[in-house]
Design a binder for this molecule. Structure first.
Ligand code: KMH
Ligand code: ZN
Length: 292
């Protein structure tokens, strides 16, 4: 068990607020597909800052080697986190423990560096395009334990309906405590598609009331934002999930996708949460003090 103090319990979510997360790089997309995809820690940190300025309260981070290959190396994550914080930016930092398809659990856990506040916890194995993203139950339990030891708030990534049963099992067996966030990642080829029917079914299937959001992959990104805004969920956008601003038009960067989500949020009567509001809602301790 953790020697760290327990995080505060989440405050009741205000229905007129929405937490916008930006997944700025991911592990799969390349510069050949969109030149705005960041690779270097400095570029990823700048993308996170741009997303924050555009209205994102949370950034979901992966790292890359300089040639663009996915990296879970602690030194890459540390540099990204330090560069973000050195500017005084208070965005909530969420590190991926999913990494890339084919990585082992030890390698994937390399992302949990000091300064991370949230970490993803993938709820099961899924086809991921032509590959398989493996998350056995013992692996999930191990990753959950490490997230807890480090005092981080887990975000449970759900790609398919059966993963709700794993979420339920983790809660029943005490492997997953509160607070936690649920992220429905819809539209991965091999997982559930991003449709209204699917999202409603998943939200209704949550084992208990929980903060949830949706990330729509590819062309269903913004339709899923609009739907989540109606259903009371949070939203995720960013180049990890979608490279296009509109049909056939590449996004200039992450900030453009966040700006669209913010516009949709305001049009629906919900204001994007500040990072401080997101921390309170998600049960994360207040941000570290700004550097002098
Ligand atoms: N890159 C995917 C195989 C996560 O960040 O936790 C897994 C992923 C999930 O991106
Ligand atoms: Zn990710």
């Amino acid at each position: 068990m953790s020697a760290m103090p327990s995080p505060p319990l989440p405050e009741a979510r205000s229905p007129d607020r929405v937490v916008v997360t930006c997944a700025v790089v991911g592990a799969e997309v390349t510069r050949e597909q969109n030149p705005a995809v960041p690779y270097l820690p400095e570029e990823i940190a700048r993308a996170a800052l741009d997303a924050w300025r555009a209205g994102a309260a949370v950034v979901h981070l992966h790292a890359r080697h300089p040639d663009g290959r996915a990296s879970q190396r602690p030194e890459h994550f540390r540099e990204i986190v330090d560069r973000i914080r050195a500017t005084g930016c208070d965005v909530v930092i969420q590190c991926s423990t999913g990494g890339a398809v084919g990585m082992g659990v030890n390698e994937r856990l390399g992302s949990l560096v000091d300064g991370a506040e949230m970490a993803t916890l993938n709820m099961g194995t899924t086809n991921f395009g032509d590959e398989v993203f493996v998350n056995s139950r013992p692996d999930i339990v191990r990753i959950a334990a490490r997230i807890r030891e480090r005092g981080l708030v887990p975000e449970c990534e759900i790609y398919d309906a059966g993963m709700l049963e794993t979420l339920r099992w983790l809660r029943e067996k005490g492997h997953l405590g509160r607070p936690y966030q649920v992220q429905f990642v819809l539209g991965v080829p091999g997982g559930m598609s991003g449709t209204e029917r699917n999202l409603r079914f998943l939200v209704e299937g949550l084992p208990e009331p929980a903060h949830w959001g949706v990330a729509g992959v590819g062309r269903c990104e913004m339709p899923m934002v609009e739907l989540a805004l109606r259903l009371g969920g949070d939203v995720r956008v960013g180049l990890e999930d979608n490279l296009y601003a509109s049909k056939g038009v590449l996004a200039r960067g992450n900030a453009e996708l966040v700006e669209t989500a913010v516009r949709l949020a305001r049009a629906s009567g919900r204001e994007p949460s500040t990072p401080a509001e997101a921390r309170a809602a998600l049960g994360i301790a207040p941000a570290p003090a700004r550097p002098p």
